[in-house]
Design a protein around this ligand. Structure first.
Ligand SMILES: *Cc1c(COP(=O)(O)O)cnc(C)c1O
Length: 342
């Protein structure tokens, strides 16, 4: 039987048997009426973890980010984020389409900017300029190769935001990948941000779902925006049960994904077709190809050997590790690399 190792993304995971059991035995109700007990429990659990008042279960991380931006801003205002940010690159232009805002892009290091960059990019209070009202950071940074933010810098950013009446949002699609490495608490993250988005459908292994976390007034407004965006779901407690299970069982194990990612990174480093591997901090490995022109050819050759990856910008390919990879993934990959003909 031919094996396929799917390194395309940590979104490709399928529920484990234990997760499926939890889903199948969920108690459900109509969540648009606020009557799904499993969704209510998941939201209360997430809010409590971060020391916030409330949370909202949504179909995707794009939706949680876009709802946050919509609630924090008015049309004509400006959002500050890094040029690598998911909210800018991978959400279909939603900041413009949903919120009518412009974006000020910062040129950080692997998706991470510093507090001073914000100070330099807040528009003066003058009718010529869009009003700057929101800053968003992404931890870990996807396009930054899974890079983790330094909490000291995030604290400085929070201070600048507070002094300039800016809201601070966290796109924490892979926040838990950062926290298992730094050991920082969810409570500390909660104190730092006005709103937090976390994805359950990435490394945590759920089939669907993201959470938006914030104070009661923020979530009250977010519920209305979610309805407008078409994200009000009914008996979605079956999905929320996977989220409860993942928060209880799939956080600590992310360290295993990081260990595998480091090994895959080392392996790639020694391949003649790779010129450089970005420093592996979490579960994302980005390899720069020695010959950028061969990008498509290499991805196809790897696919033939059962190794699925994705192009990640010009001359780069990305490997992401996750819980659905088999325990022999490293050996299998090493063997496939030996057989690779390019
Ligand atoms: C995956 C991801 C999201 C959300 O994506 P969805 O596919 O809409 O759930 C948001 N931000 C980052 C950094 C991501 O990697």
């Amino acid at each position: 039987m031919s094996v396929t190792l799917d390194f395309k993304s940590d979104t490709v995971t399928k529920p484990t048997d234990a997760m499926l059991d939890a889903m199948m035995s969920a108690e459900v109700g109509d969540d648009v009426f606020g009557q799904d007990p499993t969704i209510n429990a998941l939201e209360a659990k997430a809010a409590g973890m971060f020391g916030h008042e409330a949370a909202l279960f949504c179909p995707s991380g794009t939706m949680t980010n876009q709802i946050a931006i919509k609630v924090h801003t008015q049309p004509g205002e400006e959002v500050i984020c890094d040029r690598l940010a998911h909210i800018y690159n991978y959400e279909g232009g939603g900041i413009a389409m949903n919120s009518g805002c412009s974006v000020r892009l910062l040129h950080g290091d692997k998706g991470r900017f510093v507090a001073n960059d914000i100070l330099e990019n807040i528009n003066p209070d003058d009718p010529h300029h869009p009003r700057t009202t929101l800053v968003s950071i992404e931890n870990t940074s996807n396009k930054g190769g899974g890079a983790i933010w330094k909490q000291e810098e995030v604290q400085r950013i929070k201070k600048v935001c507070a002094e300039n009446a800016l809201k601070l949002h966290l796109d924490g699609a892979r926040l838990f990948n950062a926290l298992v490495e730094t050991g920082e608490s969810t409570q500390l993250i909660g104190e730092t941000f006005d709103s937090i988005s976390i994805c359950l459908s990435k490394g945590l292994g759920c089939p669907v779902g993201s959470l938006l976390i914030g104070n009661a007034d923020f979530i009250y407004q977010a519920i209305r925006v979610r309805k407008v965006f078409g994200g009000g779901m009914r008996q979605a407690g079956y999905l929320a049960a996977a989220g409860v299970f993942a928060l209880d069982n799939h956080v600590e194990r992310l360290k295993k994904d990081h260990a595998l990612a480091k090994e895959i990174g080392n392996l790639l480093q020694s391949q003649s077709w790779v010129s450089e591997v970005m420093n592996v901090e979490t579960n994302i490995v980005v390899a720069m190809l020695a010959d950028a022109v061969k990008q498509k050819q290499i991805i196809q050759a790897l696919t033939k050997l059962g190794i699925e990856t994705v192009a990640f910008g010009h001359g780069k390919i990305r490997f992401v590790t996750h819980l659905s990879l088999p325990s022999n993934a490293l050996d299998y990959t090493a063997d496939a690399f030996k057989r690779l003909e390019i």
